[in-house]
Design a protein around this ligand. Structure first.
Ligand SMILES: [Zn+2]
Length: 433
């Protein structure tokens, strides 16, 4: 009797690093959310000097958590606080917006992956900076996820630097996201992925609908920073479903499928919920791949509402309306995605295809630093998911026999020596910036 077929042996070997990684703790996530809700309000214009109440105390607490994680890993995580003054309709007299960052330096000098959530909260009246605004799900859930991801991943070493970001000013105008996206640009960071987590800890939606096995991952298909020339190029060759952010969402879907628990990442094919936005958008504006995670079903009685009961119906964003096993699942998907992309080489910058008037397609790309192999994908143009793939070693070009370029889309990813895979770069005539 054979104990192991080659397939089960291979899957055991592949599963080993994931099995060794600690799973996110629902209890620890709940502790963080409860602590954050207990600051009373975390409104961006609330007190920054009170030691127990307001956004200043909450940001100090987040910084202290990053510092503790850094001490536990022998200094692998450092804390940085960046700030800038913003003025807008929701802060007419201006406010200093501060982001608290935990930075886990990688071995590559300039590659970054970012995970973020916003620490600020709001009441029914977005201008009320004094009354209670517990903001448990929106967005202490995202901040707790970021802290838990930092704690787990600080036990490993990666090629890319991981930035764990706690944003302020989201409700006043996406200012914390804007601050970090523009800081990244000014410092010349190559951001390979940005994961925004905003409202990720509830499984009961409006009217009692329960969806506990799915999270939505919103992504743009067409890049926000695309030039007119690039738009015309895309019009000619396709690629509407293959922008870098969509490739990121598809990668997340793959990470979710590989985790235990049958928890689905729903690749929601628009930048955000209809007519609404979040902190990933300033990153998209700078040309960085970015997505938003949000619970499958929202409960609007529990978002942006003063805590109260009306006619026996409870309102308010309290920890009691959350599901911490659900939040732990979403955290695990983030952790898996960050680990994969931080261990992988960068995605290929430019991939070209040729083969007009031929039954075959030639695929070529520029070498990627740190890549030991490449994976070439293709699918028929009437499909959304890659159907076939081939691993290429020792070359930056391959011929796909009997794969006509007219009827197939092609993409290429880069692989590390350990098998970690980058995002897939869509093959076209124009190079990706
Ligand atoms: Zn939010």
């Amino acid at each position: 009797m054979r104990l192991f077929t080659p397939l089960t042996l291979a899957s055991l070997i592949l599963a080993a690093p994931v099995a060794a990684r600690e799973a996110p703790s629902p209890a620890r996530l709940k502790d963080s959310v409860t602590t954050l809700a207990a600051f009373g309000t975390r409104h961006s214009l609330s007190t920054t000097t009170d030691p127990k109440r307001g956004i200043g105390a909450a940001r100090n607490w987040a910084a202290s958590r990053f510092a503790a994680i850094g001490r536990d890993c022998g200094g692998c995580l450092t804390v940085e606080r960046i700030s800038r003054r913003f003025v807008g309709p929701r802060a007419p007299n201006g406010v200093v917006i501060e982001d608290v960052l935990g930075i886990q330096k990688g071995t590559d000098p300039n590659r970054y992956v970012i995970v973020g959530g916003h620490i600020d909260s709001m009441r029914s009246d977005v201008m009320d900076s004094v009354g209670d605004a517990p903001g448990a799900n929106d967005d202490a859930s995202g901040v707790s996820l970021v802290l838990e991801a930092a704690r787990i991943l600080s036990k490993e070493k990666f090629a890319a630097t991981i930035v764990y970001a706690v944003f302020s000013g989201e409700e006043q105008g996406l200012w914390g996201g804007t601050l970090l996206a523009q800081t990244a640009k000014a410092r010349g960071w190559q951001v390979d992925a940005m994961l925004n987590n905003d409202i990720v800890g509830n499984s009961i939606g409006q009217g009692g609908l329960k969806v506990a096995d799915r999270v939505r991952v919103f992504s743009e298909g067409i890049r926000a920073d695309e030039s007119l020339a690039e738009a015309m190029e895309r019009r000619a060759i396709g690629g509407e479903d293959d922008g870098p952010s969509r490739a990121l969402a598809k990668a997340i879907d793959g990470v979710a499928q590989a985790l235990p628990g049958k928890f689905d990442a729903f690749v929601d094919r628009r930048p955000d919920r209809f007519g609404r936005g979040g902190d990933h958008e300033p990153f998209l504006a700078e040309g960085y791949p970015a997505v938003r995670f949000t619970s499958a079903v929202e409960n609007w009685d529990r978002q942006h509402q003063d805590v109260r009961t009306e006619g026996g119906r409870p309102y308010g964003d309290l920890p009691e309306a959350m599901d911490f096993d659900y939040l732990a699942h979403v955290t695990a998907i983030n952790v898996g995605t960050l680990a994969r992309l931080a261990a992988a080489p960068a995605a290929p910058v430019a991939v070209s295809v040729s083969g007009a008037l031929s039954r075959d397609t030639t695929v070529a790309w520029k070498p990627v630093p740190g890549a030991t192999a490449y994976k070439v994908y293709w699918r028929r143009t009437d499909r959304q998911d890659w159907a076939d793939s081939r691993t290429v070693t020792g070359a930056t070009e391959t011929l796909l026999k009997e794969v006509p370029v007219d009827d197939n889309f092609v993409g290429v990813s880069a692989l590390s020596a350990g098998g970690a895979e980058s995002l897939v770069t869509f093959a076209g005539r124009a190079p990706r910036r």
